[in-house]
Ligand binder design. Structure first.
Ligand SMILES: C[S@@+](CC[C@H](N)C(=O)[O-])C[C@H]1O[C@@H](n2cnc3c(N)ncnc32)[C@H](O)[C@@H]1O
Length: 272
Protein backbone atom coordinates (compact mmCIF):
# COMPACT_ATOMS: atom_id res chain seq x y z
CA UNK A 1 0.00 0.00 0.00
CA UNK A 2 1.38 3.43 -0.90
CA UNK A 3 2.10 5.91 1.86
CA UNK A 4 -0.62 8.32 0.63
CA UNK A 5 -3.22 5.58 0.68
CA UNK A 6 -2.35 4.46 4.20
CA UNK A 7 -2.26 8.03 5.48
CA UNK A 8 -5.65 8.71 3.84
CA UNK A 9 -6.98 5.57 5.53
CA UNK A 10 -5.69 6.64 8.96
CA UNK A 11 -6.96 10.21 8.50
CA UNK A 12 -10.37 8.93 7.37
CA UNK A 13 -10.70 6.40 10.19
CA UNK A 14 -9.74 8.83 12.96
CA UNK A 15 -11.03 12.08 11.48
CA UNK A 16 -14.59 10.78 11.47
CA UNK A 17 -14.27 9.44 15.05
CA UNK A 18 -12.68 12.48 16.71
CA UNK A 19 -15.46 13.05 19.29
CA UNK A 20 -15.42 9.36 20.23
CA UNK A 21 -11.70 9.62 21.06
CA UNK A 22 -12.13 12.83 23.02
CA UNK A 23 -14.84 11.13 25.09
CA UNK A 24 -13.20 7.70 25.36
CA UNK A 25 -12.82 6.69 29.02
CA UNK A 26 -9.85 4.39 28.36
CA UNK A 27 -8.01 7.23 26.60
CA UNK A 28 -8.96 9.93 29.13
CA UNK A 29 -7.98 7.99 32.27
CA UNK A 30 -5.61 5.09 32.71
CA UNK A 31 -2.57 4.12 34.79
CA UNK A 32 -0.25 4.52 31.78
CA UNK A 33 -1.41 8.12 31.33
CA UNK A 34 -0.85 8.79 35.04
CA UNK A 35 2.67 7.33 34.71
CA UNK A 36 3.42 9.55 31.73
CA UNK A 37 2.25 12.62 33.64
CA UNK A 38 4.33 11.60 36.68
CA UNK A 39 7.33 11.31 34.38
CA UNK A 40 6.81 14.90 33.22
CA UNK A 41 7.05 16.26 36.78
CA UNK A 42 10.84 16.03 36.32
CA UNK A 43 10.62 18.17 33.17
CA UNK A 44 9.18 21.57 34.11
CA UNK A 45 9.34 24.54 31.74
CA UNK A 46 10.08 22.44 28.70
CA UNK A 47 8.81 22.29 25.13
CA UNK A 48 6.95 19.08 24.35
CA UNK A 49 5.70 17.37 21.19
CA UNK A 50 2.73 14.95 21.36
CA UNK A 51 2.90 12.67 18.30
CA UNK A 52 -0.45 11.22 17.16
CA UNK A 53 -2.27 13.30 19.77
CA UNK A 54 -5.71 11.90 18.84
CA UNK A 55 -8.33 13.32 21.21
CA UNK A 56 -5.55 15.16 23.09
CA UNK A 57 -5.45 13.38 26.44
CA UNK A 58 -1.66 13.46 26.74
CA UNK A 59 -1.62 17.10 25.66
CA UNK A 60 -4.32 18.17 28.15
CA UNK A 61 -2.64 16.40 31.08
CA UNK A 62 0.89 17.53 30.29
CA UNK A 63 0.17 21.14 29.25
CA UNK A 64 -0.29 22.49 32.83
CA UNK A 65 3.19 21.16 33.74
CA UNK A 66 5.27 22.55 30.87
CA UNK A 67 6.11 25.70 28.93
CA UNK A 68 4.41 24.60 25.74
CA UNK A 69 3.14 21.54 23.91
CA UNK A 70 2.49 20.91 20.22
CA UNK A 71 -0.34 18.45 19.54
CA UNK A 72 0.53 16.76 16.22
CA UNK A 73 -1.69 14.42 14.19
CA UNK A 74 -2.57 13.32 10.68
CA UNK A 75 -6.27 14.04 11.13
CA UNK A 76 -7.26 17.75 10.92
CA UNK A 77 -10.59 16.93 12.61
CA UNK A 78 -8.73 15.62 15.68
CA UNK A 79 -6.61 18.78 15.80
CA UNK A 80 -9.64 21.08 15.51
CA UNK A 81 -11.20 19.27 18.45
CA UNK A 82 -7.99 19.40 20.51
CA UNK A 83 -7.62 23.15 19.83
CA UNK A 84 -11.23 23.77 20.89
CA UNK A 85 -11.01 21.58 24.02
CA UNK A 86 -7.66 23.16 25.02
CA UNK A 87 -9.24 26.62 24.78
CA UNK A 88 -12.22 25.52 26.87
CA UNK A 89 -9.79 24.20 29.51
CA UNK A 90 -7.81 27.46 29.52
CA UNK A 91 -4.66 25.74 28.20
CA UNK A 92 -3.15 28.59 26.21
CA UNK A 93 0.25 26.90 25.80
CA UNK A 94 -1.19 24.25 23.45
CA UNK A 95 -0.68 24.59 19.70
CA UNK A 96 -1.69 22.12 16.99
CA UNK A 97 0.05 21.04 13.81
CA UNK A 98 -1.06 18.62 11.12
CA UNK A 99 1.21 16.06 9.47
CA UNK A 100 2.66 12.56 9.49
CA UNK A 101 5.15 11.44 12.11
CA UNK A 102 7.34 9.99 9.38
CA UNK A 103 8.22 13.50 8.21
CA UNK A 104 8.08 16.13 10.96
CA UNK A 105 8.01 19.83 10.02
CA UNK A 106 10.32 20.84 12.91
CA UNK A 107 14.01 21.77 13.14
CA UNK A 108 16.50 19.37 14.70
CA UNK A 109 16.46 19.58 18.52
CA UNK A 110 13.26 21.67 18.70
CA UNK A 111 11.80 19.86 21.72
CA UNK A 112 12.98 18.80 25.17
CA UNK A 113 10.51 15.92 25.29
CA UNK A 114 8.66 13.91 22.62
CA UNK A 115 5.67 11.83 23.76
CA UNK A 116 3.39 9.47 21.91
CA UNK A 117 0.56 7.32 23.23
CA UNK A 118 -1.46 4.63 21.40
CA UNK A 119 -0.48 5.93 17.99
CA UNK A 120 2.66 4.06 16.83
CA UNK A 121 0.79 0.88 15.91
CA UNK A 122 -0.87 2.91 13.13
CA UNK A 123 2.33 4.37 11.69
CA UNK A 124 3.12 3.32 8.15
CA UNK A 125 6.84 3.37 8.98
CA UNK A 126 7.76 2.93 12.66
CA UNK A 127 11.48 3.37 11.96
CA UNK A 128 10.93 6.68 10.16
CA UNK A 129 8.67 7.95 12.98
CA UNK A 130 11.18 7.05 15.70
CA UNK A 131 14.06 8.51 13.65
CA UNK A 132 12.12 11.76 13.34
CA UNK A 133 11.39 11.75 17.09
CA UNK A 134 15.13 11.27 17.74
CA UNK A 135 15.97 14.12 15.34
CA UNK A 136 13.60 16.72 16.81
CA UNK A 137 14.41 15.98 20.47
CA UNK A 138 17.29 17.95 22.04
CA UNK A 139 20.46 16.19 23.17
CA UNK A 140 19.70 15.03 26.71
CA UNK A 141 15.98 15.11 26.06
CA UNK A 142 13.47 12.31 26.38
CA UNK A 143 11.28 10.30 24.02
CA UNK A 144 8.53 8.30 25.75
CA UNK A 145 6.15 6.05 23.85
CA UNK A 146 3.10 4.21 25.16
CA UNK A 147 1.68 1.55 22.89
CA UNK A 148 0.11 -1.88 22.73
CA UNK A 149 2.52 -4.81 22.78
CA UNK A 150 2.23 -8.22 21.17
CA UNK A 151 3.31 -11.38 22.97
CA UNK A 152 5.71 -12.08 20.11
CA UNK A 153 4.47 -15.69 20.11
CA UNK A 154 3.49 -16.34 16.46
CA UNK A 155 0.30 -18.28 17.27
CA UNK A 156 -1.25 -15.59 19.46
CA UNK A 157 0.39 -12.70 17.61
CA UNK A 158 -1.37 -13.63 14.36
CA UNK A 159 -4.77 -13.64 16.05
CA UNK A 160 -3.99 -10.38 17.84
CA UNK A 161 -3.07 -8.55 14.61
CA UNK A 162 -6.06 -10.05 12.77
CA UNK A 163 -8.48 -8.95 15.48
CA UNK A 164 -7.02 -5.44 15.48
CA UNK A 165 -7.21 -5.19 11.68
CA UNK A 166 -10.82 -6.37 11.60
CA UNK A 167 -11.73 -3.73 14.15
CA UNK A 168 -9.83 -0.93 12.38
CA UNK A 169 -8.35 -1.22 8.88
CA UNK A 170 -5.79 1.51 9.68
CA UNK A 171 -4.06 -0.85 12.14
CA UNK A 172 -0.48 -1.66 11.07
CA UNK A 173 1.11 -3.74 13.84
CA UNK A 174 1.31 -4.27 17.58
CA UNK A 175 5.04 -4.85 18.00
CA UNK A 176 6.61 -7.28 20.42
CA UNK A 177 8.98 -6.05 23.07
CA UNK A 178 11.93 -7.37 21.06
CA UNK A 179 10.70 -5.48 17.98
CA UNK A 180 10.38 -2.30 20.04
CA UNK A 181 13.87 -2.64 21.46
CA UNK A 182 15.35 -3.21 17.99
CA UNK A 183 13.45 -0.24 16.52
CA UNK A 184 14.60 2.05 19.33
CA UNK A 185 18.21 1.02 18.74
CA UNK A 186 17.89 1.56 14.96
CA UNK A 187 16.55 5.09 15.60
CA UNK A 188 19.72 5.89 17.55
CA UNK A 189 17.83 6.40 20.81
CA UNK A 190 19.39 5.32 24.07
CA UNK A 191 17.16 2.73 25.75
CA UNK A 192 15.74 3.80 29.08
CA UNK A 193 13.22 1.66 30.88
CA UNK A 194 9.94 -0.13 30.31
CA UNK A 195 6.84 -0.17 32.49
CA UNK A 196 4.15 -2.70 31.59
CA UNK A 197 0.47 -1.95 32.15
CA UNK A 198 -2.54 -4.18 31.71
CA UNK A 199 -4.89 -2.57 29.19
CA UNK A 200 -8.50 -3.39 30.00
CA UNK A 201 -10.88 -2.63 27.16
CA UNK A 202 -14.65 -2.75 27.17
CA UNK A 203 -15.45 -4.71 23.99
CA UNK A 204 -18.59 -2.81 22.98
CA UNK A 205 -17.14 0.68 23.34
CA UNK A 206 -13.89 -0.52 21.70
CA UNK A 207 -15.69 -1.49 18.48
CA UNK A 208 -18.22 1.36 18.66
CA UNK A 209 -15.39 3.90 18.89
CA UNK A 210 -14.19 2.83 15.43
CA UNK A 211 -17.68 2.19 14.07
CA UNK A 212 -16.63 -1.38 13.21
CA UNK A 213 -19.23 -2.97 10.87
CA UNK A 214 -21.34 -5.77 12.40
CA UNK A 215 -19.91 -8.43 10.08
CA UNK A 216 -16.40 -7.65 11.31
CA UNK A 217 -17.50 -7.57 14.95
CA UNK A 218 -18.85 -11.09 14.42
CA UNK A 219 -15.56 -12.15 12.81
CA UNK A 220 -13.64 -10.74 15.82
CA UNK A 221 -15.89 -12.73 18.18
CA UNK A 222 -15.24 -15.87 16.14
CA UNK A 223 -11.46 -15.34 16.24
CA UNK A 224 -11.58 -14.67 19.99
CA UNK A 225 -13.40 -17.95 20.53
CA UNK A 226 -10.91 -19.87 18.39
CA UNK A 227 -7.82 -18.32 19.94
CA UNK A 228 -9.13 -19.07 23.43
CA UNK A 229 -9.29 -22.74 22.44
CA UNK A 230 -6.12 -23.14 20.41
CA UNK A 231 -3.89 -21.00 22.60
CA UNK A 232 -5.30 -22.04 25.97
CA UNK A 233 -2.09 -23.78 27.11
CA UNK A 234 0.00 -20.71 26.29
CA UNK A 235 0.36 -18.40 29.23
CA UNK A 236 0.41 -14.90 27.73
CA UNK A 237 -0.73 -11.58 29.11
CA UNK A 238 -3.67 -10.80 26.86
CA UNK A 239 -2.99 -7.18 26.00
CA UNK A 240 -0.32 -5.12 27.69
CA UNK A 241 0.75 -1.53 27.31
CA UNK A 242 4.39 -0.70 27.47
CA UNK A 243 5.84 2.63 28.51
CA UNK A 244 9.07 2.95 26.66
CA UNK A 245 11.42 5.77 27.59
CA UNK A 246 14.44 6.72 25.60
CA UNK A 247 16.66 9.75 25.54
CA UNK A 248 19.61 10.20 23.27
CA UNK A 249 21.88 11.02 26.19
CA UNK A 250 19.83 9.78 29.12
CA UNK A 251 17.86 12.09 31.39
CA UNK A 252 16.40 12.38 34.85
CA UNK A 253 12.95 11.17 33.81
CA UNK A 254 14.38 7.90 32.58
CA UNK A 255 15.84 7.23 36.01
CA UNK A 256 12.55 8.40 37.54
CA UNK A 257 10.64 5.72 35.71
CA UNK A 258 13.12 3.04 36.68
CA UNK A 259 12.80 4.14 40.31
CA UNK A 260 9.05 3.76 40.00
CA UNK A 261 9.46 0.05 39.32
CA UNK A 262 10.37 0.21 35.63
CA UNK A 263 12.36 -2.53 34.06
CA UNK A 264 15.65 -1.54 32.38
CA UNK A 265 15.91 -2.29 28.68
CA UNK A 266 19.08 -3.97 27.55
CA UNK A 267 19.91 -3.03 23.97
CA UNK A 268 19.51 -5.97 21.62
CA UNK A 269 18.11 -8.22 24.35
CA UNK A 270 16.23 -10.07 21.60
CA UNK A 271 13.31 -11.07 23.81
CA UNK A 272 9.99 -11.88 22.20
C1 LIG B 1 -5.68 6.14 19.22
S1 LIG B 1 -5.39 7.74 18.65
C2 LIG B 1 -4.25 8.45 19.80
C3 LIG B 1 -4.74 8.65 21.18
C4 LIG B 1 -4.09 9.76 21.97
N1 LIG B 1 -2.67 9.87 21.76
C5 LIG B 1 -4.40 9.61 23.46
O1 LIG B 1 -3.48 9.46 24.27
O2 LIG B 1 -5.59 9.65 23.81
C6 LIG B 1 -4.22 7.51 17.33
C7 LIG B 1 -3.92 8.80 16.60
O3 LIG B 1 -2.70 8.64 15.86
C8 LIG B 1 -2.83 9.37 14.66
N2 LIG B 1 -1.87 8.85 13.70
C9 LIG B 1 -1.80 7.59 13.23
N3 LIG B 1 -0.78 7.47 12.36
C10 LIG B 1 -0.18 8.67 12.30
C11 LIG B 1 0.95 9.17 11.59
N4 LIG B 1 1.65 8.40 10.78
N5 LIG B 1 1.29 10.47 11.77
C12 LIG B 1 0.56 11.28 12.60
N6 LIG B 1 -0.51 10.84 13.31
C13 LIG B 1 -0.88 9.56 13.17
C14 LIG B 1 -4.29 9.15 14.25
O4 LIG B 1 -4.74 10.13 13.35
C15 LIG B 1 -5.00 9.18 15.60
O5 LIG B 1 -5.51 10.44 15.89
Amino acid sequence: MSEKTHEALVGGQFGSRAEAYLNSAVHAQSPDLDALVTLMKDWPEVRVLDLGCGGGHVTFNVAPLVRGIVAYDLAPEMLALVARAAKERGLDNVTTQQGAVESLPFEDGSFDVVLSRFSAHHWRDLDAGLREAARVVKAGGMVAVVDTVSSGIPLTDTYFQAIELLRDCSHVRNYSRAEWEAAIARAGLIPGSVSPFRLRLDFNSWVERMNTPTLRVEAIRALQTTVSAVAAPINVTSVAVILQCSGRFGGPAIRGLADAGGDEISPGAGRN
